[in-house]
Design a protein around this ligand. Structure first.
Ligand SMILES: [Zn+2]
Length: 156
């Protein structure tokens, strides 16, 4: 299927109805389909929608930020972390080979720090209230660059 450039407004709520994230007023999120720029479960739904259409959908954890993986929780010594003040809830990037991924500090016990490599929304079913603002085929240049050009995208 031809890649689409889709801009959409959204409000994201997680369990217990708590609003986690939302697009700013007048600033919809814009992305190119087929490039892994948004979570797969949501992309599938947006591709099937038309401009100005609204919908509220719940995406299962496995199609959102993945299932919670206890194997991504591990402990390190304080000396292996950046030399600055840290607290529970801090996030930073750790590199393993070329793969950099964000981790969250979930416990501090003396010099023993517990890190969690799961996305903060892993394991949660997510509800999105979405409205398609605009939708058009991606241009060859956009596909070559891997980002959107023009309004809401890259100007160069
Ligand atoms: Zn470009």
């Amino acid at each position: 299927m031809e890649s689409q450039v889709i801009s959409f407004d959204y409000v994201l709520t997680a369990k217990a109805g708590e609003v986690v994230d939302a697009s700013a007023k007048g600033k919809p999120l814009i992305f190119i389909s087929g490039q892994g720029q948004i979570i797969p479960g949501l992309e599938t739904i947006l591709l099937a929608m038309q401009p100005l259409e609204k919908k509220t959908v719940t995406i299962a954890a496995k199609d959102a930020y993945g299932l919670y993986d206890a194997g991504l929780v591990y402990k390190v010594d304080r000396s292996r972390l950046p030399n600055r003040e840290i607290k529970v809830g801090d996030m930073f990037e750790v590199g393993r080979a070329q793969d950099f991924s964000p981790v969250t500090i979930t416990a501090i016990n003396g010099d023993e720090i517990t890190l969690d490599g799961n996305h903060p929304l892993a394991g949660q079913d997510l509800t999105f209230a979405v409205e398609i603002v605009a939708k058009r085929p991606a241009t060859p240049e956009e596909l070559a660059h891997g980002h959107v050009h023009g309004a809401g995208g890259c100007h160069h």
